[in-house]
Design a protein around this ligand. Structure first.
Ligand code: C2O
Ligand code: CU
Length: 579
C-alpha cells in the first residue's frame, strides 16, 4: 500500500474513533446504555487500528508520523484509559460515564485538528493548544451535564486550560526565524552576452480569443493563446522585449526550466518589478541549452498563466529536420488546448513531438500507432532511451517530454487525457489501459557525479494554518510555514546541494526550482536506476519522498516552489539564496 493511501486511511480511522467516543458520550448522557457501549467498543477498536496505521507511517518516515506519535498517541491513550475506567465503574447509571466518553472524543478530535491545522513539525505549542481545547470542552460538558464538579476541580481545570492556551498560543504564533528575503533589483543591468541574434517583442494584453470555436476572455501575448512560439538555435543571443498594454496586475516573463542568469528570471519582487501597463522590460540571455522549454508570466502567476500568458521556447542544436512539433497542453476557461491537428507525414520521416504541460495539474499522454523513445525530459537528453510501445507518459505541471520516432506507413495519434491532439491520419486505438512510464528506471544508468553534499535541506510539504500574517489562513506549507515566512535556503557558489522533498499532504505537489536542473537520486528510498534524470519539474505525490541534488552554480535569489500555481500563491513557495 502506498504511503499516500495509509495517510488517507489513518485520517479516516481517526475521524471514526473521535466520532465513536463522542457518539458514545451522547448516548450515555441520554441513558442509552447498549448504544453507548457499542460506540465505545467501536472507538477502542478504531484506536487499536490507528496503532497499526501510525506504525506504518512511522516506518515510511518520521515526517509522516511525528505529530501522531508525539501528540495524538498520548491523547488517544488517555482517552481509552479514562473512558474505559469510567465505563468499567459505571455498573448502574451509564450516564455517569458520559463525561469520560465525551472527554475521550474531545481528545481524539483535538489530536485530529493538530494534524489538519498544524501538521509537521509537531510542536509543543500545538500540543498545548490541543490540551487546552480538550480541557475546555470537557469542562463545558461537565457543567451542562452535571453533577457539578467540586470547586477545586473546576479551578484546576480552568487553570490548566488557561495556561495551556496562553503558552500554546505564544509558542505557535512566535515569529519564525525566517530572515526577510532581500529584494535585489537589477533592472536594466542585463548581463553582457553579446549582440542579440534573435529579437522578439511580446505584448501582453487582455483579449478575446477563439479556441475550439468558442470565444473566450483571455490574457494573451500578441493576442494569441499560447503566445508566439519562440525558437532559437544553440548559441543565439535572445533579446525579448516584454510590453504590457493593459494587464493591471502586471506581467513578467519567466523562462521555465531555462537556467538563465538570475536577473533575467522574471520573478516580480525578487529579480525585477512586475511590468505594469504602459511599461516594458527587455530580457537578454544566451541560448546555451538545447531543448523544449516554455515561458510564462510570474506576476499573479496562478491567474496569469491560467488566463493564457504563456508560450513555448524551443532551442534546437541545428535547424529542425523532419517533423518537429510542439504540443502544449493547457486548459483555458475549461476548453482543452491544443486544438487537434492532423497532418499527413510520409513514412520514414523522423518525427519529434515536444510535449509540454502548462497546466497546474498532471496530464497523461499516449502515443498510439508507433513505437517511440523519450529522447529528452525537461529539455535534457536521456542516455540510451529504450524503445517503448503501449506505454503512456505522465507529465507533471510545467514538465516537458520529447518523443521521437520514425513515421510508420500507418497513422499515429497522440492523445492527452484520451483526447487526440495530433494525428497523421484516422486511427482508433484504446490507450486508457496502458501502463505509465516510470522515468526513474528508463534509459542507461550512470552514477551521480558527486556523492557528498555540502548542504542538505528537507522540505516537508503539507497543509496547515498559517498564523503569522494579520489574518490566519489555511495555507499550503513547507516545514510548517507559508510564504513569505519560510526561511530561505542559503548556499554558497560551488556547493553540492541535496533536497529531500516529502509530501505528507493528500494532493500532488509538482516541484520546481528556478535556475537549476536537479538530478533525481531516489524516490521513496529506492535509488533511481535509469538514465540520469535532470529535471526542473517533478510530481511529488502524496506520501512520496524524493531525494534530488544539484550544483549551486548559478548565483542569485531563486524561487523554489510548487508548480500547482494556486498552491504557490497559497504559501508553497520559498527561495534558494546564494550567500
Ligand atoms: Cu514555471 Cu516559478 O515557474
Ligand atoms: Cu502543490
Amino acid at each position: 500500500m502506498s504511503t499516500g493511501s495509509v495517510i488517507a486511511i489513518d485520517f479516516l480511522i481517526a475521524v471514526l474513533a473521535a466520532a465513536g467516543w463522542l457518539g458514545g458520550g451522547a448516548a450515555a448522557a441520554a441513558r442509552r446504555r447498549p448504544v453507548a457501549l457499542a460506540l465505545a467498543a467501536f472507538a477502542v477498536l478504531a484506536t487499536v487500528a490507528r496503532a497499526v496505521t501510525v506504525t506504518m507511517l512511522a516506518r515510511a518516515g518520521w515526517w509522516f508520523a511525528a505529530e501522531k506519535i508525539l501528540i495524538a498517541a498520548p491523547l488517544s491513550l488517555t482517552a481509552v484509559v479514562v473512558a474505559g475506567w469510567r465505563l468499567l465503574k459505571a455498573r448502574g447509571d451509564i450516564r455517569s460515564a458520559a463525561i469520560a466518553l465525551l472527554f475521550a472524543g474531545y481528545a481524539d478530535s483535538s489530536a485530529l485538528l493538530v494534524t489538519v491545522l498544524h501538521g509537521y513539525p509537531a510542536s509543543a505549542g500545538a500540543g498545548l493548544l490541543a490540551v487546552a481545547g480538550v480541557v475546555a470542552a470537557t469542562a463545558v460538558s461537565w457543567r451542562l451535564l452535571g453533577p457539578r464538579p467540586s470547586r477545586a476541580v473546576s479551578r484546576t481545570t480552568l487553570a490548566v486550560a488557561v495556561v495551556a492556551l496562553v503558552a500554546g498560543t505564544g509558542l505557535a504564533a512566535a515569529p519564525s526565524a525566517a530572515p526577510g528575503v532581500p529584494h535585489q533589483h537589477e533592472q536594466g543591468a542585463t548581463p553582457s552576452v553579446g549582440e542579440p541574434t534573435k529579437q522578439f517583442t511580446l505584448t501582453a494584453a487582455t483579449a478575446t480569443v477563439t479556441v475550439s470555436g468558442q470565444r473566450v476572455a483571455a490574457w494573451a501575448f500578441d493576442g494569441q493563446v499560447p503566445g508566439p512560439e519562440l525558437t532559437a538555435t544553440v548559441g543565439d543571443v535572445l533579446e525579448v522585449t516584454l510590453r504590457n498594454k493593459d494587464i493591471a496586475r502586471g506581467v513578467t516573463l519567466h523562462w521555465h526550466g531555462y537556467d538563465v542568469p538570475n536577473s533575467q528570471d522574471g520573478v516580480p519582487g525578487i529579480t525585477q518589478d512586475a511590468v505594469l501597463p504602459g511599461q516594458e522590460f527587455v530580457y537578454r540571455f544566451r541560448a546555451d541549452q538545447a531543448g523544449t522549454y516554455w515561458y510564462h508570466t510570474h506576476a499573479v502567476s496562478d491567474i496569469g498563466v491560467k488566463m493564457g500568458l504563456y508560450g513555448v521556447l524551443v532551442v534546437r542544436p541545428a535547424p529542425a529536420s523532419g517533423v518537429d512539433r510542439v504540443i502544449a497542453a493547457h486548459t483555458l476557461s475549461s476548453v482543452s488546448l491544443p486544438e487537434p491537428v492532423q497532418e499527413p507525414v510520409a513514412a520514414g520521416t523522423p518525427v519529434r513531438l515536444r510535449l509540454i504541460n502548462t497546466d497546474s495539474t498532471t496530464h497523461r499522454y499516449a502515443l498510439a500507432g508507433t513505437s517511440f523513445q523519450v529522447a529528452a525530459i525537461d529539455g535534457m537528453d536521456l542516455s540510451q532511451p529504450s524503445t517503448l510501445t503501449g506505454t503512456a507518459i505522465s507529465i507533471p505541471a510545467g514538465g516537458r517530454y520529447d518523443l521521437v520516432f520514425t513515421a510508420p506507413a500507418t497513422p499515429i495519434a497522440l492523445s492527452v487525457d484520451n483526447r487526440v491532439v495530433y494525428a497523421t491520419g484516422a486511427t482508433a486505438a484504446a490507450t486508457s489501459g496502458w501502463p505509465v512510464l516510470d522515468p526513474l528506471s528508463y534509459g542507461a544508468f550512470a552514477a551521480p557525479p558527486w556523492t557528498r553534499y555540502d548542504k542538505e535541506f528537507t522540505l516537508v510539504l503539507d497543509r496547515g494554518l498559517d498564523l503569522r500574517g494579520l489574518l490566519p489562513r489555511y495555507a499550503h506549507t513547507v516545514n510548517g510555514a507559508a510564504d513569505p515566512d519560510i526561511p530561505p535556503q542559503v548556499v554558497h557558489l560551488g556547493d553540492t546541494v541535496k533536497f529531500t522533498i516529502v509530501n505528507r499532504s493528500l494532493v500532488v505537489h509538482p516541484w520546481h526550482l528556478h535556475g537549476h536542473h536537479v538530478l533525481v537520486l531516489s524516490r521513496n528510498g529506492k535509488a533511481a536506476t535509469g538514465s540520469p534524470l535532470w529535471l526542473d519539474s517533478f510530481d511529488v505525490r502524496p506520501g512520496e519522498v524524493w531525494e534530488v541534488t544539484f550544483k549551486a552554480d548559478n548565483p542569485g535569489m531563486w524561487a523554489n516552489h510548487c508548480h500547482n500555481l494556486a498552491h504557490a500563491e497559497q504559501g508553497m513557495l520559498l527561495h534558494l539564496m546564494y550567500a
